[in-house]
Design a protein around this ligand. Sequence first.
Ligand SMILES: [Zn+2]
Length: 292
Amino acid sequence: MRAIVRAVTGAAHQLHSRRVSRALELDALERLPADRVPSIHFSAHLDDVILSEGATVARAAKSGRHQTPLVVTVATEAPPNRPLSKPARHFHREWKLSPEEVMGARLREERAATRRVGAHQVSLHQTDALYRDGYDTWPSLVGAAAPGDPQPARLRQQMEELEALFPDAVIHAPLGLVHVDHRIVSDAALSVFGGSGKLVLYEDLPYAAKDPAVSAARVRELSQRWRLVEVPQAPLSAREMRVKLRAIDEYASQVPQLFGSSAEMRAMISGHAQNGAARGGVERLWTVEERS
Ligand SMILES: [Zn+2]
């Protein structure tokens, strides 16, 4: 718990000064009864879990009495007070948010969205690659972590501490498509939980919806080390899909940049889910086991 404490208290001053409050304070996390958290869903950025598996989280929230999944958002720190990279400035323009307001606004969206699917949300106060050393160019934001990036090690430690708090929770992490931060969260989760039998990888959207080949390539890559088995699932109900789409609409700064419009978002997310099942649609998930 110590690293989480340090991360949270260290960030609290900055966040406070920006008039931002957290959805779930550390104290509340420690008081949260472990048997009421069926699953922990790691999100590299302030939107990934809801975009990728929002309906799965909504389903987990309805899985039993007093069951509340926990969405853990990794990169929630405000940009540093220095000149930002070209990609960072580009995204701020696209999102119509200044460096001073970007994380506060995005955190509010994340909270509203996670509330809609019935989950708690907690932040790990790490920094988006857009604002970290070593990721100033577009190509550096794709693929493997930059040499010397301290984020992977910090994240593994936070994951271990969360596991100690919620030892029976199923762990969801991204398959790790395209974006370096997704890859870092995926690789950290594989390193900490890969052999535990409780890790589930979710397909990162919208990347897989825009280019279905990226999922197959990542599954092939991971299969050299792990045994990945796609989870057979009951098709999503109309309610589950409706809840997910409404939750995604909460990301007012992200939807125009990612999809163009809410209507295009709905068409892409629903269409991709339909491709994965004969009826009703699914969000693609894989279990992970050691290769024997
Ligand atoms: Zn992301």
